[in-house]
Unconditional design. Sequence first.
Lengths: 140, 433
Amino acid sequence: MKDPRGRLLILLIALSVVSVVVAGAVYADLEIGYYSPENLGSITQPAPAKNHADAAYTISSFPLYTPELVPGEGRQDVEAYCNTCHSPSYITMQPPLPAATWEAEVNKMGRVFGAQIPTESQASILKYLESHYTPETRKR
Amino acid sequence: MEKEISATSRRNVLKTIGAGAAAAFTLGRLFQPEAFAQQEPAAATRMRTFTGPGANPYWNSVGKIATFPQKAPLIMLTDRPVQLETPRHYFLDPITPNDAFFVRWHLESIPNEVDLYSWRLSVEGNVNTPLQLSFSDLLRKFKPVTIAAVDQCSGNSRSRFQPRIAGGEWGNGAMGCARWTGVHFREILDMAGIKSGSIQVQMEGLERGKGPKGMPSYEFKKSLDLNNPVLDESIVAYAMNGEPLPMLNGFPVRLIVPGYFATYWVKCLSWVRLLDKPDENFWMNPGYRVPDTPRGDTSPADVKAGKVKMVPITRMPVRSFIISPDGDTKIPAGLPVTIRGTAFSGSGPVVKIEFNDSAHGTWRAAELGEDLGPYAFRTWKIEWTPRRAGTYQLAVRATDAKGNVQPDEGVWNPGGYLWNRIERQEVTVGAAE
């Protein structure tokens, strides 16, 4: 007659040995043949230029790699006005900026650079930037 | 048949031995967890594409890698207008390849085509004889000159500033050195004949913006004083490293202003105007201005209080960089490694480059690389053997012929210009047994 407690103990020992081996195997996997779980993406090669012997020197169109702005109220105004002169990458490239800095930037675009943005839209652009691109609010 | 069986059984034996060895290996490692804990591959996560509100801790900026016409994959800050940064490793060489050379435009309409049949370099304004020079005039009517010179964006390393400055968030790669071939700018000015009363020369290229005409969002213009000696060294370059300039670097010709920041190196240069009044357009004032203080340093409070007098940015301060090792690879203790980097100054040649492997260590002179001229990159190297495992803060500092030495303090000004603090690279030295 065997003690059921003893059997349980043996089973537990066996289980822990198995789990240790499995865990070890997982670590071993990390050390060789480890590929990223994410697909990092890639870009297609630009096509070679077709040149002629005349005096015109041409390159292909400049590619766009426009980032997506955070969805939210006011994004349409940003896209309608800011995008006239520059891509939204000018916004996403910035560090999280305090609301006062964004206000100075938006004002500069109007007063210095001559962007014609209706007052209402200017307020909505500012509110959007403050809601998503300050140290307190920026998530991505 | 027999052969086959024996092969199979041999395979099985090998398999069994292999499995046993693997298990033993695995178990062995499990009993010394520290042996593999550090060996997990680096996290698979991608880099965030912005830094802050603290300083950018990386050598380069953190933008995505992108390809543009005539360019190798570069670090993209913005796609329209185009701003691209050169990855660190390219600076091991004193000459930056054309396809890796950084790109910075102010306005979004950049030429995709230039027709040299109709393109002319106009010299106009306060001159005796206005000129219309074709590309072929530049090639045939003047003596070609070549100079190796560093082109660096005024805002290079802007992402180091604290508090951060809104603008192009460059790491250290908004710089490059090329051999520029072209024509002395003075010869062109002399050919036109500068009328008395002229005080500045204005440069304008082909780039255009979507803003209203006459606004800085429509055109980009820069000017230099006619009595500035930098004009004697400036050239109108039609070749870069012995090849036509990439369109994104200013084909067909670009102004080269050795020692000065890139803001004056007007790309696709097409209009040269002699002015009898100072140029007050935005890109001269208040654009590209720095405090009239030592190193151009000030504080947000002083700017707000209106205490700071601003003057146009001019020469580049002395800088040096550690290019390799880049901190990504662990170095085993006792292995001699070569530390490599580059340096330059806008005020003549770099004469001394020193290396330090700790915050309190002594500075050791590094060996200087090939001398390509006073305004070119000067590479350097030094052998270093870390004796003990641990974390080291490698540092480099350069001194130029004028005696300017890199300081160990940052700088702050509202444009995010003139950064030249001593650069450091943290490296991890691992145990060798």
